[in-house]
Design a protein around this ligand. Sequence first.
Ligand code: SF4
Ligand code: SF4
Length: 291
Amino acid sequence: SVEPLRKPSWIRAKAPVGPGVQRIKRLLREAKLATVCEEAMCPNLGECFNHGTATFMILGDVCTRRCPFCDVAHGRPSPVDTEEAEHLAESVALMGLRYVVITSVDRDDLRDGGAGHFADCLRAVRVRNPETRLEILVPDFRGREAIALDCFAGEGALPDVFNHNLETVPRLYRQARPGADYAGSLGLLKAFKERYPGVPTKSGIMLGLGEERDEVLEVMRDLRAHGCEMLTLGQYLQPSRDHLPVARYWTPDEFEALRVEGERMGFVNVASGAMVRSSYHADQQAGEVIG
Ligand code: SF4
Ligand code: SF4
């Protein structure tokens, strides 16, 4: 096997743990809630939790897909936890969160891909936390897009930001995103925007899987052509030796140049940097778009 590339100095490895973090972790265990922040051992955890931001993972921790860059377990998921929306609403209140990202594994086993449960969670969190901004980071709802989009039509079910990641360039989909479809993901972003034009749409890709700069720019243009307004670009890090290796570490200057390009293309906001994650500084990013 090939030796992994050495991590450059600008990659932070560890999550700094602040004073508030232990308390929050206890709360989460009591409420039986999972955060991506913890599961992915995100290096931004201390910063985000202390700023009142967190990313919750609903619909269980077992995915029906198997993407070789992703650390989530795969297999047969458990039934949907009907108390999850209430637990989430309560935890957001207890944690005093001002900006919440709700995401999920892929649930190809569910008729609506899990969209109805997303909507239930949005409603429940809003009732108890009317000031909290809510972003959803959704799977592709492949084959169920129309049913899924209907779910957000009800009172209180619309997110403040609709986020769906393309993850990588189309050439690498077969390798990195088996079961997903580049055109389908773009189509979902466009369909959401057409149906709910008042809600900003957002997407992101990971760099470092072997994509070329021209391919990244092409994806950015595709996103703009499908009405996408916000973009995140971050460095892919290999969760373990069993996952896809890092092909290249993009440099801080390259990330910065892509940010400038993105703004030139008309994205309202581009977060681009090695440690940027889909939800990193999501509050500030959204603040510039939704006020
Ligand atoms: Fe959580 Fe996202 Fe912040 Fe990481 S960047 S700690 S996943 S909210
Ligand atoms: Fe991970 Fe999402 Fe792929 Fe499931 S669909 S394996 S959660 S990246």
